[in-house]
Write a new protein. Sequence first.
Lengths: 181, 261
Amino acid sequence: MSEAYAASNLLRLERAKDAASPLTIEVTGLFEQFRIPLFRYLLSLGLQAHDAEEVIQEVFLALFQHLKSDKSRANLRGWIFRVGHNQAMRVSRVPAFADADLQNTQVDPEPDPEQMALRNQRQRRLTAVVRALSEQDRACLSLRAEGLRYREIAEILGISLGSVAQSLTRSLDKLGRAHEL
Amino acid sequence: MHISEEELLLAVDGELEGARLEAVTLHLSHCWTCRTRKAKLEATIQEFVSDCYSKLDSRIPPADNAAALLRARLSDLSLQKDPAAIRPHRLAWAAAALVVVTASAFFALMPFRAEPALAPNAALTPGATRPMSREAVCAATERSGPPRISNAVAREVFERYAIRDPRPRSYEVDYLIPPSLGGSEDPRNLWPQPYTRGVWSAHIKDALEDRLHSMVCDGSLDLATAQRDLATDWIAAYKKYFQTDKPRLDHVAFVKDSPWE
């Protein structure tokens, strides 16, 4: 191979170096889009942050393989949450929505300390109700909060459409009565 | 006859269709009681989202490390599937087509080598040490970092590894056994380690070196074992000492040594 030829070949390779495959670009794009929603959902199930991050990695590696074998691209959001949920079920979980989550997040300054105390108390009550929900009810509620349709939630959790509606009704009823205690 | 709680929620969530939707909409327009219930339901949802669910955001770390690790893992996956072991002289016309599909940093970093230099070549870099006691290793305060490898020596190392025209800041000309653990500046102890190729990058090895140094100095590991494990197979050593199969997220951007410029 002549020097000149080698040089031109090298140049071509250099130019192509950053051209990741379209599939890699697609998967990293989806990662950017869904990492935070999926992260929130996994935390709501009680995963520790580092476990959630690891589960998310697994999900997107699996997604890469899924898309590589030309599987369906229909409803990738549902696919991502379903695989994430299944992976999460294999990881140890702690009670989600600890009171500690509420602290240090008060961004809007409440001028009146009495108002602030009242608001903190309301938050704690609400969070206590969420903590007391069954895992499935909490999963339904969180998935709905992430904007998923009932049909998608039913598929992700492997339950019927009716069960999703009943679960959400039950949870919101409890949440609505959180301050009546 | 009022709307049931479930039906009300279905209406709020846009899950009703056709005749049911019409009936509920009509009832709501007539019934103040149900409209009040609907408003309360909306308020509950809003309170849950703003005061509870969205609070989880504060526990989500920035995406940088995770994104970098995912890209590296995806690059490894691409490599596994595609037969990357193409001999240099065959590279000619196939190269342009291949890089498009393999999308790996491999070709970019090491255009004319058949194998990615994840691990040092044992023949070229078997590792070399200086006589140094554990006390000396631990007394050395490495504030200034390991001795800088001169450009001449770095070039020699690239030459031996047949890497032409290495890209600046893509490699660390690394000590296989770091000076902090008694490694010498002998070329047999040096190899070009890519920063960006694959999951097992120079950053990950730096984290391992740091860990081994602490273990040697707190007495939980003897110096000779640390040196031997690094020289034999540093990736296996990482897995052993961090008890993991995969690089840890917090090590992906671990920087200790300076890149080759």
